[in-house]
Design a protein around this ligand. Structure first.
Ligand code: RAM
Length: 897
């Protein structure tokens, strides 16, 4: 009681000053507390929390401090803006730590406390690299060879105030100071168009340094830089030698500074990693471990001098995205012998990463883990779909006590491994752990409903994303490919942004889209572009739906995150690509040249469906023309957002011409399309290519087609994302639900129901109904493209969406669940840039209950299912069928039709 009384004045003042408003979740640029940015004008964002409904920010204050010195005081700024407020203080200094404070005011006369966070700058000028690129200089250090160690000792006698390490590599690095691993990033510095764009990372290492003698050690791996890449296994794509560039910046308490850099004074040696490649795996020999190699007292007399490497330093940038980190860990759920005698561990989840193993045994005893995704119908391991990827970890034991084996510079896409080299009786399942590695994008979305198969589908979509968002959005993670295929990323980008915060992830990748764009404006099919010398695929041509990622993804990211900068940064690239298509198309009809078109759509007679059923292959150029129109639409919207009225007029005219050309070439006067396929009708409706009076018949034809296939989809990569959205938009929500809930081939639920899939597959029938495999040349079990249904699930089943344009970034939220099928409840939640948005509903008989959450500083338009009657909100009483609300939690009840 006494304590409570003493707290009373504080509690009262909190109420008086209205401290129920809170600033939360501070961000700097697109990250949380970045340790090294090189943007001289970072942008600050925050979320607001309040118990009070209908709360909007009316003003904010920002302060930035460098130690005791205030470098920016925004003063009280009357504004609703709570995202991306640009720094406008004294010029920031390189290599410095800054404290950030934000305070907000709202429309209920409340003000928040100061909320604090921090960030640090790296190098704001390009010429701040005094270090040299250094290589091991060892003969065995080649693309298929060893992974070297590099080290240096140094003294630091005085008291250290702050020490920061900036580091990058040609290849991959791991860095240690005094025996301690620095940071928790893996496969750093990640993958970019290395020769044109390279990122470095910064780590605060104050605590890792000792007073007196210190040592710093770097382990290098070949990684994407030079190990075999693409199905042609091309080595040394970016260069022949791996190298590190490193600067350790020490600031002493007395104000003095010191730099430790990579230079000719470093020493190099071999390591226990005898071999390490992206596709083929890693070999570790425990007997060759050099214990304490990064400790000050380690004897490096036997080490050789490193080699200096001539390589530019002026094109490095501080990382703008999250590093790859280790996430979920899985123990084997079972061990079994396959009919052909292999010993198999099953980790229960198709994932991307590697397996660590704690093993003891005879010296030289060799244990092999061969990773694979699916056993065949007899239970034997299936490796053919990995093509040439060896995907093998080889662990050589040293005859001593248990050794912790764990790969460093490779990764695998797998659920199972075959295990050889151990006696079955010696195997302890607990010694094996599968680690999932992926870009550390914050998880933002969740969805559940009354159908367990749909819930599994949602999990599979998320796992597909985890597995393939490994610094670059890849098509697949297991075979000799794993490339940044633009089309896959394009179709999945909106879904991706529901599940995780991918703003930084895509901003980094889009930079390479622009970097690798061909001089004629065409955008390569994979980014980073490693197919450039491939005659078939790398010619300077663009393909609809693939190269369009350069326009569609920036627009999608803007819509979801409300970050204009992505459009400003990409606009030149977007325009250049549109211009390329304009040149490729004569009279605004893009009807020549190579196209992937509706890639991997259902084909007649595949997987034993009866013949006589029409094929689902859509004319390639019809697809291209439809996307050409879509691009014109997005370009005109983008020009409008950027306030460029001249461009807007240009793109609007282009759109009208493209649409007219589409109708003339592909549509009869009565609205029949030259391809009688789902995709043809879907794209024409989705991209608004029909005259108003022909839309209804088009929808009819589409639904007819779906019925003819027994309510099965037949769409490929480009049609699938728009299939259910179009059906719902044009009054065929029940048909959309039939497709969602369909569980026989081809459908989303077939792989789950029939084959227990834990990820999204590349093909509708990667494994056929008779449990045989599709063409091993292209059969992945972890390909996120068809997971694009996730977007419709969040938008229409849960009913959470954002407005575009000025309402982008969930500033204006649209909540409109559209129940259907036999679902009795669904619940979706996303962490939008402004905070949590929730929409949950449940149906009992004719009564539907709904709960929604709208974050502070936003507004939502709520639309109830068509035909709902007697709608009531718990506090508001009777409400209309469409309703605008401010922030808060609302509970509705209504009668359904
Ligand atoms: C395959 C890829 C990818 C697709 C291209 C066209 O090789 O796996 O998914 O985009 O082809």
């Amino acid at each position: 009681m006494k304590r409570l009384l003493s707290l009373l004045p504080f509690l009262l003042s909190a109420v008086a000053f209205g401290q129920s408003l809170q600033v939360n979740h501070l961000r700097v640029d697109r990250l949380h507390t970045p340790e090294g940015i090189d943007n001289p004008k970072p942008r600050f964002s925050w979320q607001l929390l309040s118990e009070q409904k209908n709360t909007l920010q009316t003003a904010y204050e920002i302060e930035v401090w460098k130690g005791k010195k205030q470098v920016w005081k925004s003063g009280k700024v009357n504004s609703e803006q709570s995202l991306f407020v640009e720094y406008a203080g004294e010029p920031l200094l390189s290599n410095s730590h800054y404290d950030l404070k934000v305070k907000a005011y709202d429309n209920h006369n409340q003000q928040s406390d100061w909320s604090t966070s921090h960030f640090a700058t790296a190098y704001l000028q390009a010429n701040e690299w005094e270090a040299n690129w250094i290589s091991s200089g060892l003969a065995a250090d080649t693309a298929n060879g060893i992974s070297p160690l590099l080290r240096k000792t140094f003294e630091s006698k005085k008291k250290i105030a702050r020490a920061v390490l900036h580091i990058s590599a040609l290849g991959l690095y791991e860095v240690e100071i005094n025996g301690q691993r620095i940071g928790d990033a893996y496969l750093a510095p990640g993958w970019t168009s290395y020769n044109k764009h390279l990122q470095y990372q910064s780590y605060e290492v104050t605590e890792a340094l000792l007073s007196g003698k210190n040592a710093i050690g770097v382990r290098l791996g070949s990684g994407w830089y030079r190990t075999p890449l693409t199905w042609e296994n091309k080595t040394n794509l970016y260069g022949k030698k791996t190298a590190v560039l490193l600067q350790l910046e020490i600031q002493y308490a007395n104000g003095k500074t010191e730099r430790v850099v990579s230079d000719g004074s470093w020493k190099a040696s071999t390591s226990e990693i005898l071999y390490s490649e992206i596709y083929h795996g890693e070999t570790i020999d425990a007997a060759r471990v050099q214990t304490d190699w990064s400790s000050p007292n380690f004897n490096d007399a036997g080490w050789s001098k490193v080699a200096l490497l001539e390589h530019p330093k002026d094109y490095l940038n501080a990382s703008i995205n999250q590093a790859i980190k280790k996430h979920e860990a899985f123990k084997p759920i079972r061990k079994y012998r396959s009919p052909n005698g292999d010993l198999i561990l099953d980790f229960g989840q198709n994932l991307v990463g590697w397996v660590s193993a704690d093993l003891a045994g005879k010296k030289g005893q060799t244990v092999r883990l061969h990773h694979f995704e699916m056993p065949d119908k007899f239970g034997n391991p299936y490796f053919d779909n990995l093509r040439t990827a060896k995907a093998t970890s080889t662990f050589i034991l040293d005859g001593q006590s248990k050794f912790h084996f764990e790969p460093h510079f490779t990764f695998y896409g797998f659920r199972y491994v075959t295990l050889s080299g151990l006696n079955e009786s010696e195997i302890n399942l607990d010694d094996f752990t599968a680690h999932a590695l992926y870009s550390d994008m914050p998880e933002t979305g969740s969805f559940t409903c009354s159908n367990p198969l749909v819930n599994q589908l949602q999990k599979n979509i998320q796992w597909g994303q985890r597995g393939n968002f490994l610094d670059v959005p890849t098509d697949c993670p297991q075979r000799d490919e794993r490339l940044g295929w633009t089309g896959d990323a394009e179709v999945f980008s909106r879904t991706a942004a529901y599940n995780f915060d991918v703003n930084a992830f895509f901003a980094k990748w889009l930079k390479d889209v622009a970097t690798d764009q061909f001089p004629n404006g065409a955008v390569p099919f994979v980014i980073p572009n490693v197919l450039q010398s491939n005659k078939d695929l790398g010619a300077q041509i663009g393909a609809a739906g693939w190269s369009d990622a350069s326009i569609i993804i920036p627009y999608n990211m803007y819509t979801v995150y409300g970050d204009r900068k992505i459009l400003e940064d990409q606009y030149a690239s977007m325009k250049a690509y549109f211009n390329y298509v304009e040149t490729a198309a004569a009279d605004r009809l893009w009807d020549t040249g190579f196209q992937f078109a509706d890639w991997l759509s259902y084909r007649e007679n595949e997987s034993g469906r009866p013949s006589g059923i029409r094929s689902a292959v859509t004319d390639n150029h019809l697809v291209a023309q439809a996307f050409y129109a879509y691009n014109a639409q997005l370009m005109s919207k983008t020009a409008q957002i950027l306030g460029n009225s001249e461009d807007k007029a240009f793109y609007s005219q282009a759109l009208a011409d493209i649409k007219a050309a589409f109708q003339k070439e592909y549509m009869t006067p009565n609205g029949r399309l030259i391809s009688q396929t789902q995709t043809a009708y879907i794209l024409s409706l989705a991209f608004d290519l029909y005259p108003e009076n022909l839309k209804e018949q088009a929808v009819k034809r589409l639904v007819e087609n779906i019925k003819n296939y027994g309510y099965h989809l037949t769409t490929g990569f480009l049609g699938t994302p728009f299939l259910n959205p179009v059906l719902t938009q044009y009054g065929q929500n029940e048909v959309a639900y039939k497709l969602l809930l369909q569980d026989s081939y081809p459908s989303w639920l077939y792989p789950i129901k029939t084959h227990g899939a834990t990820t999204i597959w590349e093909r509708w029938d990667s494994m056929k109904p008779d449990s045989t495999f599709q063409d091993p040349g292209m059969t992945s079990f972890n390909h996120y493209a068809y997971g694009a249904i996730g977007d419709w699930i969040y938008r229409n089943v849960a009913g959470i969406d954002t407005d575009e344009g000025s309402g982008a970034g969930y500033k204006h939220i649209l909540i409109a669940p559209k129940p259907g099928g036999d679902l009795s409840h669904a619940e979706g939640e996303i962490l939008s840039p402004y905070g949590k948005v929730k929409s949950a509903w449940q149906i009992e008989g004719k009564i539907m209950k709904m709960e929604i959450k709208v974050p502070v500083n936003t507004q939502a338009t709520v639309r109830f299912p068509e035909g709902s009657k007697s709608i009531r909100e718990k506090e508001m009483g009777a409400v209309e069928n469409e309703l605008n609300v401010g922030s808060g939690t609302y509970t509705f009840e209504m009668e359904l039709n």
